[in-house]
Write a protein that binds this ligand. Structure first.
Ligand code: ADE
Length: 423
């Protein structure tokens, strides 16, 4: 339904109550973001700021959006992936919180981009991206908005890579904080969040027993590591594919089998891509796979599996379960593709749990506050989250878990700061 007065485009406004209940559950598991919200409510550090956000529209994002609004911001929100929207949350944000939300699970390509344009029509002073589609659109079709933009944030590895490429061409037009690069983001969200939620998505989509299966994992970055650990924990035989020699060596010493893709695909039961690159799985691999293999992607874009090449090798796919499409090749072999090759953790499950998004989105909220304070003095470029914000989030998270850690003694502080003492 398209709402005029409140400006939103969501599937079904009547789902708002369900979204509210589920957001309450997420909020309960986001103590760091809750404490930031309490301060924002009092101090209103984002007063008068318009924020345009392109994020996965989930319960956790709902808690972030309402936190930004509590800080005085006007938030407009669209989805950062056509399949990741939770329709009840989109409705709740639009109907109960007055947040201009444009997101429908399963929206087509045209609607996806129309929703991004709707967010940009709010003339954001701050952009918040997950994958850099908002920034990309601003730098190509909506350059008229550039003079009004103070800065932006970016949530994910793929988005940071796109921004660095834009910056290296000298074309990035405003400062953007790479939230992904904060330790309290990628060491937890990418590793434990993606690790658990990817397995969750694969299991919800297929109802597989993981124990005893051969899981081939393409990419041993923080996300790939997380998935490898969790697949091993469920009893899978895990094989890692990695093109960077140092990471491949780490995978070996972490106890995994490391192989080439062309060799590994022959006996794989499940193949997961998390590389950030395109056409990782392509024609030469499809023809070498065994009957019944399952393919899933947990990288940001749906380009890691060359789906057009898979379609060209087979007839039209048959949908066997909600997120399982079965392609039959001319020799009768079946290849099962999960979630249209889109992020399986958000397509078939609920994305990362709130407990880990708590830290990612605390980084987002505090980075926005930092931009409001300092953005006008920052040059164009990609910035790290200030280290004091990163440490403060770790402190708050530990405190919320009831964990107390030691401090150095004065003697130890002095020792670390001097060069004179040796053996
Ligand atoms: N990315 C991965 N999981 C997510 C979640 N639960 N909410 C928003 N973005 C996410």
């Amino acid at each position: 339904m398209v709402g005029k007065a409140a400006e939103f485009h969501v599937k079904e406004p009547a789902l708002a109550g369900k979204g509210q209940d589920r957001m309450e559950w997420a909020e309960h598991n986001m103590p760091v973001l809750r404490s930031i919200r309490q301060r924002f409510e009092k101090e209103k550090p984002l007063r008068g700021m318009s924020i345009g956000a392109c994020l996965h529209v989930t319960t956790e994002t709902g808690v972030l959006a309402t936190t930004l609004a509590a800080g005085g911001a006007q938030v407009s929100l669209c989805a950062s992936n056509p399949l990741s929207t939770q329709d009840d949350v989109a409705s709740c944000l639009a109907v109960k919180h007055g947040i201009a939300t444009y997101a429908i699970k399963g929206e087509d390509h045209e609607t996806y981009y129309r929703h991004i344009e709707s967010v940009l029509d709010s003339k954001p002073k701050i952009t918040m991206d997950d994958g850099a589609d908002l920034v990309s659109m601003i730098h190509t079709k909506r350059r008229d908005l550039l003079p009004g933009i103070l800065g932006g944030t970016e949530e994910t590895t793929t988005g940071v890579i796109r921004l660095e490429s834009l910056a290296s061409e000298g074309a990035l037009a405003y400062p953007i904080i790479a939230v992904n690069n904060a330790d309290t983001k990628h060491l937890f969200d990418n590793r434990y969040g993606t690790g658990q939620s990817t397995l969750d998505g694969i299991i919800r989509a297929t109802n597989l027993l993981v124990a005893g299966l051969k899981f081939v994992i393409c990419g041993y970055g923080w996300c790939g590591r997380g998935v490898a650990q969790r697949a091993r924990g469920l009893g899978a035989n895990v094989v890692i594919i990695e093109v960077e020699p140092v990471k491949a060596l780490e995978a070996v010493m972490d106890g995994f089998t490391v192989s080439t893709l062309s060799e590994a695909v022959k006996s794989a039961d499940v193949i997961v891509t998390l590389t950030g690159n395109k056409h990782v799985l392509r024609k030469e691999h499809f023809t070498a796979m065994k009957d019944g293999v399952i393919l899933a992607n947990s990288g940001h874009f749906n380009v890691e599996i060359d789906i057009p090449a898979l379609q060209a090798l087979s007839g039209a796919p048959r949908r066997l379960r909600e997120f399982v499409e079965s392609f039959t090749l001319s020799d009768g072999k079946r290849i099962h593709l999960l979630g249209e090759g889109r992020l399986i953790n958000l397509a078939a499950a609920e994305g990362h749990p709130a407990m880990v998004m708590d830290m990612s989105f605390a980084n987002q909220a505090l980075s926005v506050e930092h931009l409001v304070r300092k953005g006008s003095s920052l040059a164009k470029g990609v910035y790290s989250v200030p280290p004091e914000i990163d440490r403060e989030i770790a402190r708050l998270k530990l405190a919320s878990m009831g964990i107390v850690i030691d401090r150095l003694t004065e003697e130890q502080e002095r020792y670390l700061n001097s060069w004179t003492e040796g053996t």
